[in-house]
Design a protein around this ligand. Structure first.
Ligand code: SLL
Length: 192
């Protein structure tokens, strides 16, 4: 199989990542300045299972959080926390080893407040849940397909070798048959 046919074996993985947030009822957490509960997540499009290619997701929170690196190794790849402020989260995706894919970093601005069009915090909607999600596509070289292509190539090579051998054996057989005929003829002659 030529290189041309194996080139460009890629797969597009649509993902959706972001957060939802709700206002905490006041005095929910005693002696705390936390105002919101939020969940950050990485999902497949239409909730498709991404664990077939995602192995681990590390959410890195603002340093005001204890243990800001939060590792999630099983779906759903999400994290729920409470807090008082918005910040930029980094989301590190690590893939299943057989994919051979390097980790990918995603960046998401955690959103807690409903905003007006002019960028000011909307007080009228402050009790409504807030959502902020982004769509992205991961372009990956699918080595599972690559492995199948390699297998097909091996079979094709083996088939070619077997065919070559077959030609050689056929020639040998013809030669031996001819020799045998000659011996038979000789035998007939001797008998007479
Ligand atoms: C801001 N630059 O000032 C941002 C930082 C950090 C939010 C926001 C910590 C919660 C906790 C928390 O909510 N940090 O201490 O457990 O708005």
């Amino acid at each position: 199989m030529s290189n041309k046919r194996t080139k460009g074996v890629t797969v597009i993985r649509p993902i959706v990542y972001g957060n939802i947030a709700t206002l905490l009822p006041q005095k929910k957490i005693p002696d705390s300045d936390h105002t919101h509960k939020w969940t950050v997540s990485v999902k497949g499009l239409n909730n498709e299972d991404i664990s077939s290619f995602v192995k681990k997701v590390t959410f890195k929170l603002h340093e005001t959080y204890a243990n800001p690196q939060r590792v999630v190794e099983h779906p759903p790849f999400e994290l729920t926390e409470t807090g008082w402020g918005e910040f930029e989260l980094t989301i590190k995706l690590q893939f299943v080893p057989e994919s051979g894919e390097k980790p990918v970093m995603l960046y998401h601005n955690l959103r807690l407040h409903p905003y007006e069009e002019d960028g000011s915090i909307s007080t009228a909607n402050k009790n409504k849940p807030v959502q902020s999600f982004q769509y992205d596509e991961l372009i990956q070289r699918n080595i599972c397909v690559q492995a199948e292509i390699d297998e097909i190539r091996k079979i094709e090579e083996a088939t070619k070798k077997v065919q070559e051998q077959l030609v050689i054996y056929k020639e040998k057989l013809e030669k031996t048959t001819k020799e045998l005929d000659e011996v038979k003829l000789e035998l007939e002659r001797v008998k007479k």
